[in-house]
Design a protein around this ligand. Structure first.
Ligand code: GSH
Length: 212
């Protein structure tokens, strides 16, 4: 398997899932500006959207979209417990959270706040959505360690987007259960390892872009 990623992007959730599951794909770094892989391949030939994550399977098939890549990894390594069994109510709960994180947090809030090309109005529009979505998340996490019973790929995705909070001007201290989840989850060995590695790669990428 090959996991196409960019440092600290949403693809970090898949790296966390791999480390949790003991999976060892080849990690292929994608430059988000040039849309080229570290071995200088046009990334559009892998994912026509030019977005990470993308997972190339051993037979050459490519899976895209975070929620799908994450569930594939969980199903491929069932002993990891990263996804509940297909067809169970818990599996639908997982999908509920994956969709919530992808649409209500990642795309609706974080992208307009983080993308330097976003017009000013887009930022304002995103900020107007913060209260309801983070309030919902805080209520769901109150008194719980994880979104479902036990760590799943939804937690991996959530910690990955919460990691963008500081750069987006979102102060997690306003939602104590969310803040506690973030702090606790950062201490998981697989999360700490993924974040440490990607932070180093991110700094290297930044230096390359500044030098270009
Ligand atoms: N719908 C995609 C979105 C993935 C996505 O937004 N990836 C970002 C990184 S967090 C990206 O590659 N952005 C570059 C771009 O949109 O050109 C998914 O859910 O996987």
């Amino acid at each position: 398997m090959e996991l196409f990623f960019s440092p600290l992007a949403c693809s970090m959730a898949s790296r966390i899932a791999c480390y949790e599951a003991g999976a060892e794909p080849r990690f292929v770094q994608v430059d988000p500006r040039r849309k080229r892989t570290a071995d200088d391949v046009d990334f559009h030939s892998v994912n026509p959207m030019g977005q990470v994550p993308a997972l190339r399977l051993d037979d050459g098939a490519v899976l895209t979209e975070n929620a799908v890549v994450l569930q594939y990894l969980g199903d491929r390594f069932p002993a990891s417990g990263l996804v509940p069994p297909p067809g169970s109510l818990a599996r639908y709960r997982l999908q509920e959270w994956l969709n919530f994180i992808a649409t209500e947090l990642h795309k609706a809030i974080f992208i307009p706040l983080l993308d330097p090309k976003a017009p000013a109005g887009a930022r304002e529009f995103a900020l107007a959505k913060v209260e309801r979505s983070f309030g919902r998340l805080d209520a769901a996490l109150a008194g719980r360690e994880t979104l479902l019973d036990g760590f799943t790929v939804a937690d991996a995705y959530l910690v990955t987007v919460l990691n963008w909070g500081a750069h987006s001007g979102i102060d997690l201290a306003r939602w104590p259960a969310v803040q506690a989840f973030y702090a606790r989850t950062l201490r998981r060995p697989a999360v700490a390892r993924a974040l440490g590695e990607e932070f180093r790669l991110y700094k290297e990428e930044l230096a390359r872009h500044q030098a270009a």
